[in-house]
Design a protein around this ligand. Structure first.
Ligand code: IFM
Length: 727
């Protein structure tokens, strides 16, 4: 990967083994859909996919997944009947460039066919930001010594599988004027998707036709081409679903019709204007660290193309819209890791993401009830209905006496990783404090915070002999240890949640709007209920802090075996792979920040000495290299808070490199979305040390060595703030 301007990433060599990596990092999108950067003409082993927010369909084991929608990018090109493919012939030069500023993917190849015909081809595509249903693609073929017929086949490929699974049934093929359309429907969720395309070209066209194949209508164009001449071909796609409109087929044709009077350049101008507006509040400029600059912009770009601008019924999956990993499911990754970026720089998107949780309260109530509790309990993994969709068993390679074998592993997170309910409340409060959006709090946020507080009040377990409330049998953020009791993170976040519910209750009581009273009556929350919660909050057990000031991560953590990580230097596996799932439970090897995470989220509740002591203690016990990608950015922030410039930068780089350098070797499954958001937080809350308080905001910089300054913007109570931090 290279960059020239700090606004693009480019690759000037094609390495087939890293194709799936390239496809992930060069994806394009617009907050409505995401399309991987697969080659239009295809390549063996390619992992082609486009996902649209909210288009889920049922699937075995993982309940539901985002369905790979028809491929709008496919183009088959033939030169005198010989198919163009980089798997054959000679590649004289290759450049793929992703323009992060405007989300435009281009590729240029100088290719010689096996029969020595030399041709230059330029590909270009983008997903419009000003109108998210319009997708643009073009191609320019220039012959160096080829003479003959060029055939361009432009299919709308409805055989879009999710790996081996087909989610679609055919509805219709339609045609209007010169446009082609495929309409298909998901098998179980019955979402209709209509993909319409029309075409424009320049060159010596000799014939055009339509192959009206049911799942794959294809427009075919034949051109004559001589040495030194070019053919250009443009394909516009209009994509709508029944999630957007009652008649997606008609909407598609209408959009193509509306855009027909506009040239590529005119459409680009509108698109660029929309991107300029987005970057004007979301960009971050680092003076004197070009590597960090491009990595940060890459993270922000990936977040921006995943953030739903116009839809408050969807959320961002842990892999955004970039791959099959986690099947499009939503975790705490959104609220705790990604959301701050949106809350501070694109509050409308943050509001949409939080509204998704509000709309999913019925699913959360159902989960609480099924578990025997009151109120609403958010699922660990969430998708369309808001019910729990964490798989219970997954096949995994497990080390055993006979070497390695594929076994079914029980996944407990859906049952007992319950802190997500407090994490959602935390994100709502952060959004409210930063934006001052009282209307959201009154109509949506308050209900979420109160109904989930009800859940905690019923979930707490009274320990009669110790006269305290406990929370047993959970998983904290560190998933290397499950079925633990009194996880410091969970218990303390629950206390925070119950106390926050009191704040919200009082705000509603003093709110003159009738809706406030109505809400409290509807939820049955009275002064007595609120006081009861406060009493419970004071009686929740917080794990002991030992003589060295260390907070025990959970009951019994101090008794686990200490592991000297330095003895494992140079390893290429996670600690969990080395010790095995059961073995890791018995040792001090954390998958990601747990107590450290708590110290960051509730930093006002702890003094710096405690923060420093716990950072030092847990930092050396955490698997930064091969544990969770969610960890490094959090450590970067806390390291910066305690003035550890060098360590903070090291952690920051681990997070910033996660995708571009495929640090964990799993980028083919998609982007590590939480890490992207963590990177923004590491710069803003870590290096710049932004703090929001009653009176406004302040910065407390700990910039990395060599950074002259960092600039960013954010909204505070609706007012745009521009910040330039120097050391
Ligand atoms: O939410 C995370 C979790 O914290 C660690 N395992 C992966 C999940 C999805 O990113």
């Amino acid at each position: 990967m290279r960059t020239e301007t700090g606004w693009e990433i480019f690759y000037d060599q094609f390495v087939p083994d890293t194709l799936n990596h390239l496809e992930t990092v060069t994806m394009i999108g617009n907050g409505y859909l995401g399309t991987r950067g697969s080659f239009a003409e295809g390549y063996p082993g390619a992992n082609r996919a486009t996902f649209v927010h909210g288009v889920f369909d049922d699937t075995p084991i993982v309940f539901t997944e985002l369905a790979n929608i028809p491929d709008w990018t496919a183009l088959q090109i033939k030169f005198n009947d010989k198919v163009f493919s980089l798997a054959e012939g000679t590649l004289h030069s290759f450049t793929t460039r992703l323009d992060l500023q405007y989300g435009v993917l281009t590729r240029q190849v100088d290719w010689e066919s096996p029969d020595n015909q030399r041709i230059m081809i330029n590909f270009e595509r983008f997903a419009c930001l000003h109108n998210v249903h319009l997708l643009m693609q073009r191609l320019r073929i220039t012959s160096q010594n080829f003479e003959g017929q060029v055939e361009i086949q432009a299919p709308i490929n409805g055989y879009a599988l999710n790996e081996q699974l087909m989610h679609w049934q055919h509805a219709s093929n339609n045609h209007q004027h010169d446009a082609n359309q495929l309409v298909i429907k998901t098998i179980a969720s019955k979402i209709t998707v209509a993909v319409a395309q029309d075409y424009r070209y320049q060159g010596d066209l000799t014939q055009k036709s339509i192959w009206n194949v049911p799942m794959q209508p294809t427009a075919v164009f034949l051109f004559g081409l001589k040495a030194g001449e070019s053919v250009t071909f443009e394909k516009r796609t209009a994509l709508f679903t029944t999630r957007d409109t009652a008649n997606p087929s008609q909407a598609g044709f209408e959009l193509l019709e509306q855009s027909s009077g506009l040239s590529w350049i005119q459409i680009r101008r509108q698109h660029d204007k929309a991107w300029n507006a987005v970057w004007s509040t979301s960009d971050m400029v680092i003076d004197s660290d070009d590597d960090a600059q491009i990595m940060v912009r890459f993270c922000l770009y990936q977040l921006l193309i995943a953030g739903p601008q116009h839809d408050d019924q969807v959320n961002i999956g842990a892999k955004t819209l970039s791959g099959y990993g986690y099947r499009g499911h939503v975790f705490w990754d959104t609220e705790i890791f990604m959301l701050p970026f949106f809350t501070f720089t694109q509050p409308q998107i943050a509001r949409n993401l939080l509204s998704y949780r509000y709309h999913r309260l019925p699913g959360a109530r159902k989960k609480a009830k099924a578990n025997g509790y009151d109120g609403a309990q958010f699922p660990w993994e969430s998708a369309d209905t808001g019910e729990e969709v964490t798989p219970t068993w997954v096949p995994a390679w497990v080390d055993n006496e006979d070497g390695k074998s594929m076994e079914l592993v029980r996944i407990w997170t859906g049952d007992i990783q319950i802190h997500i309910t407090a994490d959602v409340a935390y994100a709502i409060m952060q959004y409210w404090k930063i934006t001052g959006d009282d209307e959201f709090m009154l109509t949506r946020g308050a209900q979420v915070i109160l109904e989930t507080a009800k859940f905690w009040a019923s979930r707490l377990e009274w320990n009669q002999s110790k006269e305290r409330y406990e929370i047993t049998d959970v998983i904290g953020p560190d998933e290397n240890h499950d079925h633990i009791d009194n996880n410091a993170f969970t218990n303390r976040m629950v206390v925070w949640h119950l106390q926050t519910a009191q704040e919200i209750f009082e705000w509603l009581v003093s709110n003159p709007d009738q809706q406030a009273d109505d809400l409290l009556s509807m939820l049955g929350i009275t002064q007595a209920v609120s006081q009861e919660w406060q009493k419970k909050a004071t009686l929740v057990y917080f794990p002991d802090i030992n003589e060295e000031g260390i907070i025990e991560q959970f009951d019994g953590f101090f008794d686990l075996d200490y592991i000297d990580f330095s003895l494992y230097a140079g390893r290429t596996k996670s600690m969990q792979e080395i010790f095995g799932i059961e073995g890791t439970q018995k040792v001090m090897a954390l998958k990601q920040a747990d107590v450290v995470m708590l110290l960051y989220l509730l930093r006002d509740k702890f003094d710096l000495t405690t923060i420093e002591a716990n950072y030092d203690y847990y930092n050396i016990r955490t698997d930064h290299e091969y544990g969770s990608s969610l960890g490094p950015a959090m450590h970067a922030i806390v390291a910066a808070m305690i003035g550890r410039r060098g360590e903070a930068y090291q952690h920051f780089l681990r997070a910033a490199k996660a995708d571009l350098y495929d640090v964990r070797g799993n980028i083919k499954d998609g982007i590590h979305a939480a890490s992207l958001g963590g990177v923004w937080q590491a710069v803003v809350f870590g290096f710049a040390g932004l703090r929001i308080n009653q009176d406004g905001w302040s910065v407390h910089p700990t910039l990395p060595e060599g950074w002259r300054s960092v600039e960013f913007s954010f909204y505070h109570k609706g007012e745009l703030q521009r910040v330039r931090v120097t050391e």
